[in-house]
Ligand binder design. Structure first.
Ligand code: TXA
Ligand code: MG
Length: 417
């Protein structure tokens, strides 16, 4: 069942929300929009209801779920008393794309939600429909992204239908989501904010609170290094970090000290031996001694992935990157591949491929976040079998975009000198 809220009268809209909320209260699964991506919701207190989320998604059961709330009062039933920093984070970022991992009140939600951990992840989405639905259900709502496991997250109701039609009770269609990538997941280590997953709330935004911010090593260390370097570069200038620090003695810094930046840790699988050389006329051309397709990603990296083989191409010289990509796509085309390229508006007219998808302007990475998952799905719709993707700076929301792109590409990354 699809509850279309677009263009509905207020009374009708209220009726659809009540209907969907009743489904949730009865232990059924309902997909709904949030400001990040569509979630697949179920009553977090019911093990049976939560199990139907895992079943519908085909999700491994050792991956815990985020519990969504509509009011701060709901929180006290879910978690043990928390510190002042947690309080400030909620005041600052809720409702909004920040998920807090806090010590769970025993028995408050089904153990299937927390995957047996002693903590629970909680967030209050910044979306009117989501908040009304959760409130009307009268339950804390466990909700992972409403995609089949491994697929790009849904940013439109049609994406949910493509993946989950027939497997869930219904979808509340509230149009496109805003942010486009998932919430930032953080845990607190005393007065330190530790980022487990980059998302809609950026590292800079977190650092504005004045507490040290660290990033988990599970987040690709090269991305974090780039982000941290950028921020250090800026510090001392007209810096958002120092500007916002009210007390003079507050230390505001983004540290990467839990990330051991060691290139040996990073899995990089260049698809083939790569030779890129400047041609005589000053243009850059790429030649590849071995045109074999990239190796398949390991199963544990199969997240957000399009069905075709995707890889990222990165380099300081964007002309060289484009030349490499075009030469490689031409080869792929000759092998009979259906080719795709993921690019930015500024570079889009450089490419000849079966499917060219733009992520908006490189100057506006919020657009890239918004468009990313729909873009990845477009390759599947067009049947692309071989996809090259440009990268963007891992700065601000770009960190979340690059984190998802690296996963979608199964960690395959070519660096063009
Ligand atoms: O924006 C979002 O967060 C979306 C919308 C629907 O709210 N939800 C979402 O859920 O992205 P999901 O299940 O796709 O991602 C949940 C993330 C996973 O990375 C999971 O490992 C982490 O949160 N997580 C959940 N509970 C946790 C816990 N107790 N400790 C550490 N990480 C946890
Ligand atoms: Mg997900």
């Amino acid at each position: 069942k699809v509850w279309h809220l677009q263009g509905a009268e207020p009374a009708e809209e209220e009726q659809w929300i009540q209907e969907a909320a009743l489904c949730l209260a009865e232990g059924k699964t309902v997909a709904f929009p949030t400001e990040t991506v569509y979630g697949l919701g179920a009553d977090a207190t019911s093990t049976e209801a939560v199990e139907s989320i895992f079943a519908a998604k085909g999700r491994p059961s050792d991956n815990p779920l985020i519990v969504h709330i509509a009011h701060r009062e709901q929180l006290d039933n879910l978690v043990l008393p928390y510190n002042e920093l947690a309080c400030r984070l909620m005041e600052h970022f809720w409702p909004g794309p920040l998920t807090l991992v806090l010590p769970a009140r025993p028995g408050a939600v089904s153990p299937r939600v927390t995957a047996g951990l002693s903590t629970v992840a909680v967030r209050m989405p910044d979306h009117e429909v989501a908040l009304r639905l959760i409130a009307a259900s009268g339950k804390p709502i466990a909700a992972p992204s409403a995609n089949r496991s491994g697929r790009p997250s849904p940013t439109r109701a049609e994406h949910v239908e493509t993946d989950l039609a027939g497997r869930i009770a219904g979808v509340v269609d509230g149009g496109s989501t805003g942010v486009g990538v998932e919430s930032t997941v953080v845990e607190l280590d005393g007065d330190r904010i530790h980022v487990l997953r980059p998302g809609g709330v950026t590292l800079d935004m977190l650092a504005e609170l004045g507490a040290p911010v660290t990033v988990d090593r599970a987040v690709d260390p090269t991305l974090v290094a780039a982000e941290v370097a950028t921020n250090h570069e800026h510090s001392g200038q007209d810096n958002i970090l120092t500007e916002s620090a009210s007390a003079e003695n507050e230390t505001v810094s983004i540290e990467s000290n839990t990330v051991n930046i060691d290139s040996a840790d990073i899995e990089q699988l260049p698809p083939r031996e790569l030779v890129v050389e400047p041609a005589k006329d000053g243009q850059v051309s790429a030649s590849k001694p071995d045109a074999a397709a990239p190796r398949s990603p390991g199963m544990k990296y199969a997240h957000y992935a399009p069905q075709g083989t995707m890889y990222l191409v990165q380099g300081d010289n964007d002309q060289a990157v484009s030349a490499y990509i075009q030469a490689d796509l031409d080869d792929a085309k000759q092998r009979g591949e259906m080719t795709g390229v993921l690019t930015f508006h500024e570079h889009a007219d450089r490419y000849r491929a079966d499917v060219v998808v733009e992520l908006g302007s490189l100057q506006q990475l919020e657009q890239a976040a918004q468009l990313l998952y729909d873009a990845l799905r477009r390759f599947d719709e067009a049947g692309a079998t071989y996809i090259a993707a440009e990268t963007c700076p891992a700065d601000g929301i770009g960190l979340a975009v690059m984190n998802r792109l690296v996963k979608a590409a199964g960690h395959r990354l070519v660096r063009v000198p």
